[in-house]
Design a protein around this ligand. Structure first.
Ligand code: GLA
Length: 728
């Protein structure tokens, strides 16, 4: 049993193989958080301390007891207005305008299997196979009739606990939800660091590690999407935690809209970490009978450092969030037309690209932006999803057939959530774009955002996508979204504070219908590269274009940061031409291959511009990737260095049973008369020997892990190394 309720102590205990989560129902019906840490038996309520804390109020029920205050006690679902002045998970108003509500326990249920969330992506697991369980705790506010159902999912073997909450209005008046969080973790003591992942277009998910000091440390996105700027994923850890040691707790949001991750250390040296919907432009009215679901948060704990956190999340996302035919399959090696020709292509040039790609061993041609309507540049035609037959020299179906005839799969680019002002769609339905009446809208990449909070708009987008996909054997869809939302204003008569959330429900509904209708279609998420790289999108698209920046050296820190929360099989990564189009840097083709292979692997260049030797090198890369794909996508990923701080970017894939490992490294900086760099491997079987395929030598596992493997001193700047080690 993963979930236990102790009637005498009134504790709920959630066990995974290596962690325990415990909470307690106290004498007033409040749900207090006790513990989330190493697997443990027994009751942890001894951790609670009661003292008269000045200016911390007491619930009326506590009578003259001034030592009981929700302001200082660790809680499961803190509510604004309950006397807790820290960052809370729920804030609401009733019709009179009164804020707050006093939530008390009503009942609970323990169920086999993992809960699902209507309309929202969530971790899935079987009751039998995964031994998963669900805990539902019902909280109620008598005055407003508000019910909050707290949901906990436990996947014991994966060391994963999920949380969500459903707010339902069972009263007779409307309540407005101004803030809704999914999970918080309260710590009664500890000195922590917070790891978050920041960036910008073309440099996403850079690691930021900083101490949690007194006050509120908050990262999030107000852009309507999860964003390039901050990722909806954070790790709290001991100040001295490393890759292989220390306590760490992760929170990953299964949501692609705006978010807010708050970390607050109070004057009593207590810390609270929480994940919520973005507060800006959010005020969600719930009429009697209506409910609102908080997106899911995935929690995992490790007392063996950051590496275990990543391994837990990689497994969970790969096998319990990603779905469909390509969840477990190696993805086709693709060549994308974007950096090969941008908007400047024809049907003929695409077929030439297909011929060249086929000759190299590529398996799929992806026709990127520029194939529809009057789309000759990025100023126009978004929304007009019918093929420009003049440009393609025939119908889309003809082109697909020609590509297939050459032995290649066919993939296509779309940006369905957007509309250009210069488009048939916008001329017919100007009110379908999000904009404030009487104000000029913000343009971004010349385009506007369609109002996916409206059913009819979603219906039309869905129809148009199906009309494209039905024109032939399209096996891949690159789903792009290339701007942030500025005006969250719908022309439909509705409360505007619900638009951003309803937009996400609309998007997820379209994606879900597509996934059901085209079960073999591979969708690659994209948002100007990795601007919507989150666990929510992975429910529909098992891979996401990691960044528009294809520079192999910049990619080291982008993919490094991404790897903390997301598996390598999710990272869209391509070899592109040099000088690199984003940075102007020239790196060896072999290095570009090494870096792109640590992702989904593909190409983003015109093969006709490669020399014969480069073509042979590409052929070797494709063969190498195919040979190693199972290890790269199925093995354990180890970060051997921090490329943002060290001159070598190094990482490793090791089989779970330690039988083999693939080590990759790129030398970023070089000096005269270089000192040696030694890569300390991990995940090998101590006490055994490993043979290196490339140099034929045998190495002791302990020495490889404790002293390291020397990077050849002959390596030049930007050169890379790959080494296979097999246990003998
Ligand atoms: C975005 C994507 C690119 C490419 C262009 C096309 O920037 O990230 O890969 O598809 O759009 O306009």
């Amino acid at each position: 049993m993963a979930i236990l309720f102790d009637e005498s102590k009134k504790t709920f205990t959630l066990h995974t193989d290596h962690s325990t989560y415990q909470m307690q129902l106290d004498r007033y019906g409040y749900l207090l958080h006790l513990y989330y840490g190493r697997r443990s038996e027994g009751c942890m309520d001894y951790l609670l301390q009661f003292a008269d804390r000045g200016f911390s109020g007491n619930p009326y029920d506590a009578g003259l007891d001034r030592t009981y205050s929700l302001d200082v006690l660790p809680q499961e679902f803190p509510v604004q207005g309950s006397g807790d002045y820290r960052a809370t998970l729920l804030s609401l108003r009733d019709e009179s305008g009164a804020w707050g509500c006093d939530l008390r326990y009503q009942s609970h249920a323990i169920e086999r299997g993992k809960y699902a969330l209507a309309g929202l992506p969530a971790v899935y697991a079987e009751a039998e196979e995964d031994e998963s369980e669900t805990l539902r705790i019902e909280l109620k506010n008598e005055r407003t009739g508000l019910r909050v159902t707290l949901l906990y999912g436990v996947l014991p073997r994966l060391d994963i606990i999920t949380r969500s909450a459903i707010v339902s209005n069972e009263g007779s008046g409307t309540v407005t939800v101004d803030r809704l969080g999914s999970a918080c973790l309260d710590f009664v003591s500890g000195d922590f660091d917070l790891l978050s992942f920041y960036g910008r277009h073309a440099l996403e998910r850079q690691l930021c590690r900083r101490p949690v000091e007194h006050g509120l440390l908050s990262v999030g996105s107000r852009r309507g999407y999860s964003s390039h700027h901050y990722n909806p994923f954070v790790i709290l850890c001991d100040r001295d935690a490393t890759e292989t040691s220390g306590r760490c707790w992760a929170m990953q949001y299964v949501y692609s809209g705006g978010f807010r991750a708050d970390c607050e250390r109070d004057g009593y040296e207590q810390t609270r970490l929480s994940m919520s919907l973005a507060g800006e432009k959010f005020a969600y009215p719930l009429a009697p009978g209506e409910s609102l679901t908080a997106p899911e948060v995935i929690l995992t704990y490790s007392d063996t450092g950051l590496e275990t956190i990543s391994h837990n999340l990689h497994r969970c996302l790969q096998k319990h969030v990603c779905r469909g035919k390509y969840r477990d399959a190696v993805r086709p090696i693709l060549l994308n037309s974007w950096e090969a020709s941008y908007f400047d292509f024809s049907g003929e040039s695409l077929l030439r690209l297909a011929d060249e790609a086929k000759a190299l061993g590529v398996e799929m041609l992806v026709m990127d932006d520029g194939w529809f309507g009057a789309r000759r540049d990025d100023c126009r035609a978004l929304g007009d999803w019918s093929a420009n037959e003049e440009k393609l020299g025939g119908s889309l179906g003809d082109l697909i057939r020609e590509v297939n005839r050459r032995g290649l799969k066919f993939g296509i680019w779309m940006e369905p959530e957007m509309v250009s002002e210069d488009s048939e769609l916008y001329r017919a339905h100007p009110d379908w774009a999000l904009a404030i009446p009487g104000e000029k809208p913000q343009r971004s990449r010349y385009q506007l955002v369609l109002d996916l909070s409206r059913r009819e708009v979603c219906e039309e987008i869905y129809k148009r996508i199906c009309a494209v996909l039905d024109q032939g054997n399209i096996e891949y869809l690159k789903w792009d979204v290339n701007r942030s939302i500025a005006e969250a204003f719908s022309h439909e008569d509705k409360a505007q504070g619900r638009v951003l959330y309803d937009y996400m429900l609309g998007l997820y509904d379209i994606l879900e219908r597509l996934v059901q209708r085209y079960p073999d279609l591979l969708i690659e998420g994209c948002s100007g590269g990795g601007g919507r790289f989150d666990a929510g999108m992975l429910y529909y698209s098992p891979q996401i274009w990691c960044s528009d920046n294809t520079d192999a050296v910049n990619r080291l820190s982008i993919q490094y940061g991404t790897s903390f929360g997301y598996p390598v099989s999710a990272m869209g990564s391509h070899v592109s031409a040099c000088p690199n189009h984003q940075t102007g840097r020239t790196t060896p083709l072999s290095t570009r291959g090494t870096v792109a292979m640590s992702g989904t692997f593909g190409f983003e260049l015109d093969p006709a511009k490669l020399s014969e030797e480069e073509k042979r090198e590409v052929g070797r890369q494709i063969a190498a990737f195919k040979a190693d794909a199972a290890l790269i996508h199925g093995g354990l990923y180890y970060r051997l260095s921090d490329p943002g701080r060290e001159r070598v970017g190094a990482w490793e894939f090791a089989a779970e049973d330690g039988s083999e490992a693939l080590v990759c490294a790129v030398l970023q900086e070089i000096e005269g008369n270089m000192t040696g760099s030694y890569l300390r491997l991990r995940g090998l079987t101590p006490g055994t020997l490993y043979r290196c395929r490339e140099d034929g030598r045998t190495y002791p596992a302990a020495a490889l892990m404790d002293m390291g493997f020397p990077l050849p001193l002959s390596l030049h700047q930007y050169e890379s190394l790959t080494r296979h080690f097999e246990r003998v």
